[in-house]
Design a protein around this ligand. Structure first.
Ligand code: HEC
Length: 209
């Protein structure tokens, strides 16, 4: 008797697990379809939707009083936001990434935030990271170089690496050259900044026109 009861409840358990898995699959598929919107209509989620979604404090941040002056200090704080380590504004900073002197003309605060939170979502033309492999030869194994593509001609490929050094590679040595979909700008830069600091930073950037 007891083994039979045990078998039935085990079967029942399997059924319950199967039902839960099926329900989850349906939920995930529905959610994905809903997110994608009506198919074949070319509908897109509004640009700053992502920022609001992944940064629920955004409405609060947009509403709070902020200081562009404090934002500027934070932007150029090497250990704070690190922005100035890679970006120039009004001639100050390091020109690894694009110049942000007029970023307030291009983007709203929500869109600026979206770009900081999701650097790889859209990559500024000319700032795609390329990976170049050289041909492997008996005396010299193939090498890998990473950087922005500065030039590509029949004679050579020129990359600009993270230290902003130009690397010249003769075209005949190139085995492959491929653009990456991941931005050279890291994610998570705002992780250690409180709401006030994020508001100040956005205020500073939005007023760069
Ligand atoms: C390690 C270097 C690095 C750091 C640090 C960095 N960025 Fe970037 N950023 C880049 C690069 C490279 C790009 C261009 C590639 C891209 O669009 O993702 C970029 C792109 C951007 C863009 C999009 C510009 C446009 O015209 O579309 C914004 C806005 C931006 N960064 C803001 C910031 C802010 C604000 C900070 C500080 C919180 C920051 N970045 C820190 C390298 C960096």
């Amino acid at each position: 008797m007891s083994w039979k009861a045990g078998r039935i409840s085990r079967l029942r358990k399997l059924w319950i697990i199967a039902a839960v898995v099926a329900a989850l699959c349906i939920a995930v598929v529905t959610w994905r379809m809903l997110r994608r919107g009506p198919s074949g209509m070319g509908t897109r989620v509004p640009e700053d939707h992502g920022a609001v979604e992944s940064y629920p404090d955004l409405p609060k941040i947009l509403a709070m009083p902020a200081s562009a002056d404090r934002g500027r200090k934070l932007f150029f704080d090497i250990n704070g936001s690190q922005c100035g380590n890679c970006h120039v504004i009004a001639g100050r900073g390091t020109d690894f990434g694009p110049d942000l002197s007029q970023i307030g003309r291009k983007f709203s605060k929500a869109d600026i935030l979206d770009n900081i939170l999701h650097p790889s979502k859209s990559i500024v033309p000319g700032y795609e990271t390329y990976v170049l492999r050289t041909k492997s030869e008996p005396a010299r194994p193939g090498e890998i170089y990473v950087g922005f593509l500065v030039k590509k001609s029949v004679a050579e490929v020129v990359l600009k690496d993270q230290q902003r050094q130009l690397i010249h590679i003769p075209a005949r040595a190139v085995e492959s050259l491929a653009a990456q979909t991941i931005s050279a700008m890291p994610e998570g830069l705002l992780a250690n900044l409180d709401k006030q600091k994020v508001a100040d930073l956005l205020e500073y950037l939005a007023t760069r026109r």
